[in-house]
Design a protein around this ligand. Sequence first.
Ligand code: SIN
Length: 281
Amino acid sequence: MPAPSVTVRPLSPVIGAEIIGVDLSKPMSNEVFDAVHRAFLKHHVIFFRDQILTPDDQIALGRRFGSLNIHPYVRGMSSHPEILEIIKEPSDRINFGGGWHSDMSFLETPVLGSMLYAVEVPDVGGDTLFANQHAAYDSLSDGLKSALGGLKAIHSAAEEYGLKGPSAQKRASMESEVVGDDVPEYEHPVVRTHPETGRKGLYVNPAFTLRFAGWSRAESRPLLNHLFEVSKREAFTCRFRWSPGALAFWDNRCVWHYALNDYHGERRHMRRVTINGDRPH
Ligand code: SIN
């Protein structure tokens, strides 16, 4: 049951809900926190509108859910290194996060969730898509589920943050590091069990998953491509249209997301805090 003052309005049957009645700039009572946390676990990405958040407010909000991550390759705000300013200027061509991914699965201990706050958005365009990876897993045949059960996959930032990678491209107002071939690789299970709900979900993504452990890239590609197709099926997605002051909080343990890049010549300015997670199992 939500707290009496909190309304949860689902955006689609499988993923996404808007939360009404919470002022995120104020410390949450335990009752409101529990209602928000339950909605997060049930809907996988939750949205709030018309919030007025300073960087300190956003950091305090993120810390309510766990310790905050400092991105290894993208420079945070100089005053608040835990905050990534995701900015596409009118002169930029390539946006940040413009492909399906789960944030930072390239870490040994990937992140739990991300809270993205809209400072400035185009009138139209720049929406973000989200896809439920539990639903993707549930849709697989029993045969494929059991074959994937024993598999691990190798994740790394090598392509996304390598010389030609989209995340490493020069942008007018963002600074990211270009990584070399020596960037670390980590192995994660292909089927991840959510540490809080116990639900299984696919845990591979096109940005950071290079191959299956013990398989060559060529051997891995056909099966990875099949999983990627399933993972982004329209029926497993929702789409969020931003407005200034909106905040999205998604669960990277079971959600992919995709920032659309359909607003060239306009400015989009977001602030993200990213909450540390645990080792996938
Ligand atoms: C991201 O991948 O964190 C960016 C998402 C967005 O800007 O919509």
